[in-house]
Design a protein around this ligand. Structure first.
Ligand code: C2E
Ligand code: CA
Ligand code: CA
Length: 238
């Protein structure tokens, strides 16, 4: 799914969203199969495959559509993957194989995973930062103690959860929460991606709050890599 810069109105990167096309059951949502893959341990091989595939697709898009700064890819990381000590080595391998610059890869880790393993997260996130990989905290605002955790860890990006974005044009309290998250992230030198933007009014409100980037059905639904190529070819602007 494209991520759009609210400053330029152009696509600046993507989030890799996994799909399972089952031969008889059709399309199965990641919210259904990821938890099962996590329990069975398959998530490690699925996650590594996803990372490799996402990096390959991104490298291809970067070559076809050179930009300054280059297009980036955000990849979701399961807590199970994050807790493996060899994560950094595995990612390094994939980056070398695919010829991708590490600073164009962003790992999305949910707030809850980080909060449940704070000590470990300190170490692992700093290691990943040393490898020049970017880190985003996903679904921000849905857990407890979020505010103090923002300062403690080296995040590059805060992803505002879609539940706040959805309500912000209807309910002033949600709009205040979104503004607070954006201001706080900026004070800590982090940028902000708003998720689940569906309405032009939400987009305008977010622009007014100096939110850097947004993703959602207003811009584009998640799609196959081939569709991204034709989309980038038409240079859409929002
Ligand atoms: P997420 O990381 O919060 O991803 C955003 C979800 O919001 C995606 O659902 C996306 O399709 C959906 N979305 C995007 N824009 C809009 C919008 O404007 N409106 C609405 N209503 N929804 C929007 P999806 O693709 O079904 O993925 C669900 C979750 O599954 C993700 O939530 C993520 O936690 C997980 N997931 C997806 N791919 C992967 C993966 O490769 N690895 C892991 N570990 N988890 C994944
Ligand atoms: Ca995500
Ligand atoms: Ca999210």
């Amino acid at each position: 799914q494209p991520i759009v810069s609210l400053g330029s109105g152009e696509i600046e990167g993507f989030e890799a969203l996994l799909r399972w096309h089952h031969p008889s059951r059709g399309a199965i949502s990641p919210t259904e199969f990821i938890p099962i893959a996590e329990e069975s341990g398959y998530i490690n091989s699925i996650g590594l495959w996803t990372l490799r595939e996402a990096c390959k697709q991104l490298r291809n898009l970067q070559k076809r559509f050179p930009r300054k700064p280059p297009l980036f890819m955000s990849v979701n990381l399961s807590g199970v993957q994050f807790l493996r000590a060899d994560l950094g080595t595995k990612i390094d391998q994939v980056l070398r194989e695919t010829g991708l610059r590490p600073e164009t890869l962003k790992l999305e880790i949910t707030e809850s995973v980080i909060m449940e393993h704070a000590e470990y997260s300190d170490q692992m996130l700093n290691q990943l930062k040393q490898q020049q990989i970017r880190i985003a905290i996903d679904d921000f605002g849905t857990g407890y103690a979020s505010m103090s955790y923002l300062r403690r860890f080296p995040f590059d990006t805060v992803k505002v959860d879609q539940s706040f974005v959805r309500r912000m044009s209807l309910d002033p309290e949600s709009a205040v929460i979104v503004k607070t998250i954006i201001d706080m992230a900026h004070n800590l030198a982090m940028d902000v991606v708003a998720e689940g933007v569906e309405q032009p009014e939400q987009c305008e409100l977010l622009r007014g709050l100096n939110c850097e980037s947004a993703q959602g059905f207003l811009f584009a639904r998640p799609c196959e890599a081939a569709a991204l190529e034709s989309m980038l070819g038409t240079q859409p602007k929002w």
